[in-house]
Structure formats: structure tokens, C-alpha cells
Design a protein around this ligand. Structure first.
Ligand SMILES: CC(C)(COP(=O)(O)OP(=O)(O)OC[C@H]1O[C@@H](n2cnc3c(N)ncnc32)[C@H](O)[C@@H]1OP(=O)(O)O)[C@@H](O)C(=O)NCCC(=O)NCCS
Length: 178
């Protein structure tokens, strides 16, 4: 099993099918919180969570994804993953955490761990974090970690009944490792 110890309480472990129900339960308990900016959470069924896990594991097996669940002691509290473009040695990070564990610095630490893994173990050259313009909490993470704000993708995503802008943050291996 792939497991990355982030700190005394927090670890990242590859999202496995046996954890699909726990993952679904956290999503179901946090539909409004996660769903504000990630629409999948609003209506996702257990079957859809299982299908997400299956697809994610296939992506992991072929080297184009690193899907992990965030564990606090023995409790599943969130998700963080890398979506990789092997040809370009680049990846983007996506994440969410349950409301109960928000604002404790956990996601910032998990991102640091994922960035270290991406640059050191996977030899990536570039990591991106994209966030909807109004998602101030999410944008604070790449800003805190030294990413550069590279641009705005105007009307990039459909967010419920409106189009939303996406802010792109980028970090290069040379900026993180040296
Ligand atoms: C976006 C999201 C992941 C951010 O999570 P978060 O808990 O705010 O992020 P962090 O874990 O980095 O927490 C930072 C906060 O913890 C505080 N903190 C406490 N200890 C800290 C530490 N050791 N290090 C860093 N921050 C710490 C910071 O002061 C900050 O609080 P503030 O923003 O109120 O000042 C979360 O809000 C979420 O899941 N949102 C819904 C889904 C979503 O939008 N996902 C992202 C889509 S792009």
C-alpha cells in the first residue's frame, strides 16, 4: 500500500475500492461545503463514488494519476490527487477536505507532501493548482506555498447557473527544490 506520512496524525494513502464507502460518506456529509466549488459533490451517489475510484485506480496504474485519501488518525477526512501529463512532466493538484477539518493547516501540509512527491519521486517539472476566482480559501494554498499566479481563464467552467473564471497557479521544480 502506498502511504505517505504527512505528520503525526495525517497521512495520504492511495484511494482504494475498500474505502469507497467511507469516501462517499464524507462527500455526503459535506455536500454543501465541497459542492460550492466542486459540483460533483452536490448529487454524487455511492455508485458514482465507486466508479470514480475505479477510474482513478486505472489512471494510477498507467502513471497518469495519483489519487489519495487524506486520513487523520483512522478517519478519512478528504481527498488530494495529482493529474499527470507524462509527455510534459507536468501535473495539476486537486483537493477537498471536510468542513470539520478545514482551517487547521492540514491541506497546506498535504499539498506540500504531494508537491515533494511529484518533484522528487515522479521527476515532474511543473505543478499547477487551478481554482475558481471566488474560491479564496483554495487560492490561499498555492499563494502560501510560493506558486506564481500565471493567469486567468475567463468563463472557464460552468458553476451551476453561471460561468466562472479559473485562476491558474504554477510552480516549477527549480523553484521548489533549490
Ligand atoms: C479549499 C480547501 C481545501 C482549503 O482548506 P483549508 O482547511 O482552508 O486549508 P488549510 O488546511 O491550508 O488551512 C489554512 C488555514 O488554516 C490555518 N492554519 C492553522 N495552522 C496552520 C498551519 N500549521 N499551516 C498553515 N495554515 C494553518 C491558516 O491560518 C488558514 O486559516 P485562514 O485561511 O482562516 O487564515 C477547503 O476549504 C475545501 O475543501 N473547500 C471545499 C472544496 C474546494 O473548494 N476544493 C478546492 C477546489 S480548487
Amino acid at each position: 500500500m502506498f502511504k505517505y506520512q504527512v505528520d503525526e496524525h495525517t497521512s495520504l494513502a492511495i484511494t482504494e475500492m475498500r474505502h469507497a464507502e467511507a469516501l462517499y460518506n464524507v462527500i455526503a456529509e459535506n455536500r454543501h461545503h465541497i459542492g460550492q466549488f466542486l459540483m460533483f459533490a452536490k448529487n454524487q451517489t455511492l455508485e458514482e463514488t465507486k466508479s470514480f475510484v475505479e477510474t482513478s485506480l486505472t489512471r494510477f496504474a498507467t502513471g497518469i494519476g495519483v489519487p489519495t485519501c487524506i486520513w487523520y488518525d483512522n478517519q478519512l477526512i478528504g481527498s488530494i490527487g495529482l493529474h499527470i501529463s507524462k509527455a510534459n512532466r507536468s501535473a495539476s493538484i486537486g483537493y477537498w477536505i471536510s468542513k470539520e477539518y478545514e482551517a487547521k493547516g492540514i491541506m497546506t501540509k498535504c499539498c506540500k507532501a504531494m508537491i515533494d512527491y511529484g518533484f522528487r519521486e515522479l521527476d515532474l517539472n511543473r505543478i499547477e493548482i487551478r481554482a475558481i476566482k471566488e474560491n479564496i480559501r483554495s487560492r490561499a494554498i498555492p499563494e502560501r506555498l510560493g506558486f506564481k499566479l500565471e493567469g486567468t481563464l475567463r468563463q472557464d467552467v460552468q458553476l451551476y447557473d453561471a460561468m466562472a473564471d479559473t485562476i491558474v497557479y504554477g510552480l516549477l521544480a527549480q523553484e521548489w527544490l533549490y
